[in-house]
Design a protein. Structure first.
Length: 562
C-alpha cells in the first residue's frame, strides 16, 4: 500500500522542517518517532492525525515509528482497547515492525528512576490527600505552599516509598511527589505527583504492582529509553514541556528527546474527548464505539471510509502551531473524492413506488447493459434485469409537478437509466389515504439504451430496479451526530443536549440490483443519484446485505442549514 504524501510538492510543515534541519546538521541521522495512545478507549479521527504524522515522518525518512501504549492507569485500561488500537493503525496502512512497546514494560526501570530521584533529594513521599494537594498547589495568581512532608530525609522517603510498593498503605494516603518549585508560575512544576497507590489489577502485569507512575513522568522517560528523537504532542502539552525536560535533565538520561507541540484536530459537529465519547457509548446514545455515526476510526471504517481518504484528509489539513477548526465538510469531501474514483455504480431504490409498463409484454424479461463507472471504461459493464414491473424512487414522481420538475408526472416522458423512454398514462391511489400506490406507463421500444431514433429529447433520467428481480434490503442513512457546529461551546449545557435526533434513519423496504446479494462486507458502491454506500460488516449476512450510507453525492448538510 502506498502511504506516501498525496501532495508531495507542498512545502514542509514546521515539524518536518525541524527534522530536516536536524538531519542536515548531523544532530540525528534519522528521526525516531512514536505514537503513544493510552489503551482506555477506541481511537478517533483526531488520533488519525497523529498517526499519519508520526508514522508518515518515519516512512518519508526510511526510519522507524514506535507504537507504545502508555498504560499507567489500570482502572480505565483494557486489553480490548489494545487490540482495537493495533487494528486501527494497521488499517490506516502503517506498521510498527518490532517496535511495539508498553509503558508497563518499563515499570521496574521507572521505579528505579523514582528511587534515584529520592536519593538525589528531588522527590519525597507526601501524606496530603488529593484535596489537600490541590489546595497547597495554589492558583495561577498565587504561589503554592510547601507540603509539611516536603523535607523528609532521603532515608525516610526511601522507606516510605518501599512501603508504598509493598502495599502497606491505602489508596490516597501517600503519593510520591517531585521536589521542584512550589512558587513556579507553571503549575505543572509545583511538586507534581510521580507515583500514586492504586490497588487495581493491570491488564498486562496483573497484581505485581499496587503503585503506578503518572503520565508526565512515564512519558518522557519512555521516550528517552526508546531513544525517540522527536516527541510530537498536541498543544495542551506545551505547559508540560518544562516538566518533561526537568525529569530528563535531573536524571541525566542517555537520550533527551525534543518535545514539539502541534495543534490538535478540532472538527465541527463532533466531540474529540475520549471521556465524552465514552459517555455516548455507555449512555446508549450510540450503539458502540464502532457506531457509524461516531468519528472513531472503527466507526468511520464501518461507515465506509477508506484508509486513503483519511490519510488524504490529514494531509490536506496539514500540521500547524495554532489551534483552528476544520469543517466536517472537508472530511466528507475527502471520502467523496476517493469513492468517486473507486466505487462501482449500481441502482438502488430507497423509497419504492411501483411502475407497471402496460404495453411491455407480461412474459418478457431482458437484460440491459450498464456501465460500472461512467468515466472508467476499464471497470467494465454489467447486465441488469428489466421487466414489465419496476420500482422507481417515490420522489421521482409528482402528480401535479411544477414546471421545472423534470422527472415523472402524468403525461410526462422520462428516460429509464440504460433502458427505455416511458410516459406516465395513469395513477392508482389508495382509496382511503389518497396516497399514490402505483403508476401505469407505456414505453417506446425504439428507445432501448436511452436514445430516441427520431431525435426527441427528454430532460429527466431516473434510476429503477426490476420488481421481479430486485433484492430487498435494509439501508441505514447516517447524518451528523450533533446538530450544532460546536457541541462543547456552551459549558452550561450538557453536550449531549445537542445530539441530532435525525442522525440515523433506517429504511427497511429498499430494493437494489440483484447482483448486490453477493456484495462483500465492507465493500463500497455508489447508488446512482443517491450517494455512496457500504455493506455493513456486522449485520450483513450472505445474500442479505445491510447498506450504510457513507456520504451523499454532494454536501446536503450546508444547504439544509441555510
Amino acid at each position: 500500500m502506498d502511504n506516501s504524501d498525496p501532495n508531495p510538492e507542498k512545502p514542509l510543515d514546521f515539524i518536518r522542517q525541524i527534522i530536516a534541519e536536524d538531519i542536515k546538521s548531523g544532530k540525528h541521522s534519522a528521526p525516531v518517532t512514536r505514537f503513544p495512545p493510552e489503551p482506555n478507549g477506541f481511537l478517533h479521527i483526531g488520533h488519525a492525525k497523529s498517526i499519519c504524522l508520526n508514522f508518515g515522518i518515519a516512512q518519508e525518512n526510511n526510519a522507524r515509528c514506535h507504537l507504545r501504549f502508555d498504560d499507567t492507569n489500570p482502572s480505565k485500561e483494557e486489553s480490548v482497547y489494545v487490540a482495537a488500537i493495533k487494528k486501527d493503525v494497521q488499517w490506516l496502512g502503517y506498521e510498527w515492525g518490532d517496535n511495539l512497546f508498553f509503558a508497563s514494560d518499563y515499570f521496574d526501570r521507572l521505579y528505579d528512576y523514582a528511587v534515584e530521584l529520592i536519593r538525589l533529594g528531588k522527590a519525597y513521599v507526601c501524606c496530603l490527600n488529593a484535596e489537600e494537594v490541590r489546595e497547597y498547589r495554589g492558583t495561577l495568581t498565587e504561589p503554592g505552599k510547601e507540603s509539611p512532608y516536603r523535607n523528609r530525609s532521603v532515608e525516610e522517603n526511601l522507606a516510605l516509598f518501599q512501603a508504598m510498593k509493598e502495599g502497606q498503605f491505602e489508596e490516597g494516603s501517600h503519593v510520591l511527589r517531585a521536589k521542584i518549585d512550589m512558587a513556579s508560575p507553571n503549575l505543572n512544576m509545583r511538586d507534581p505527583v510521580v507515583y500514586r497507590i492504586m490497588k487495581v489489577s493491570h491488564h498486562r502485569t496483573g497484581d505485581k504492582w499496587c503503585i503506578y507512575p503518572m503520565y508526565d513522568y512515564t512519558h518522557c522517560l519512555s521516550d528517552a529509553m526508546e531513544e525517540i528523537t522527536h516527541s510530537l504532542c498536541t498543544l495542551e502539552f506545551e505547559d508540560h514541556r518544562p516538566l518533561y525536560n526537568w525529569f530528563l535533565e535531573t536524571l541525566h538520561t542517555p537520550a533527551h528527546p525534543r518535545q514539539i507541540e502541534f495543534a490538535r484536530l478540532n472538527l465541527t459537529y463532533t466531540v474529540m474527548s475520549k471521556r465524552k465519547i465514552l459517555q455516548l457509548v455507555t449512555g446508549g446514545h450510540v450503539a458502540d464505539w464502532d457506531d457509524p455515526r461516531m468519528l472513531t476510526i472503527s466507526g468511520l471504517r464501518r461507515r465506509g471510509y477508506t484508509p486513503a481518504s483519511i490519510r488524504n484528509f490529514c494531509s490536506e489539513i496539514g500540521v500547524g502551531k495554532k489551534a483552528s477548526w476544520i469543517d466536517m465538510g472537508v472530511l466528507e469531501n475527502s471520502i467523496r473524492s476517493d469513492l468517486n474514483e473507486t466505487a462501482p455504480r449500481v441502482m438502488g431504490v430507497l423509497d419504492p413506488l411501483k411502475v407497471v409498463i402496460t404495453n411491455y409484454p407480461e412474459e418478457n424479461e431482458e437484460e440491459v447493459e450498464g456501465k460500472n463507472h461512467p468515466q472508467k471504461p476499464e471497470m467494465g459493464t454489467r447486465f441488469i434485469p428489466f421487466s414489465r414491473e419496476i420500482y422507481i424512487e417515490r420522489s421521482d414522481f409528482m402528480e401535479d409537478p411544477p414546471k421545472k420538475f423534470f422527472r415523472l408526472g402524468p403525461g410526462r416522458e422520462v428516460r429509464l437509466r440504460y433502458a427505455y423512454f416511458v410516459t406516465c398514462v395513469s395513477v392508482i391511489k389508495d382509496e382511503t389515504t389518497g396516497v399514490v400506490t402505483e403508476i401505469h406507463c407505456t414505453y417506446d421500444p425504439a428507445t432501448y439504451g436511452g436514445n430516441a431514433p427520431d431525435g426527441r429529447k427528454v430532460k429527466g433520467t431516473i434510476h429503477w430496479v426490476s420488481a421481479a428481480h430486485g433484492l430487498n434490503c435494509q439501508v441505514r442513512l447516517y447524518d451528523r451526530l450533533f446538530a450544532v457546529e460546536n457541541p462543547d461551546a456552551d459549558k452550561e449545557v450538557d453536550f449531549k443536549e445537542h445530539l441530532n435526533p435525525d442522525s440515523l434513519t433506517i429504511l427497511k423496504d429498499c430494493v437494489v440490483e440483484p447482483s448486490l446479494a453477493q456484495a462483500a462486507p465492507g465493500s463500497s458502491v455508489q447508488f446512482e443519484r443517491q450517494g455512496y454506500f457500504c455493506v455493513d460488516v456486522e449485520d450483513s449476512e450472505p445474500g442479505h446485505p445491510v447498506f450504510n450510507r457513507t456520504v451523499g453525492l454532494r454536501d446536503s448538510w450546508a444547504k439544509k442549514q441555510r
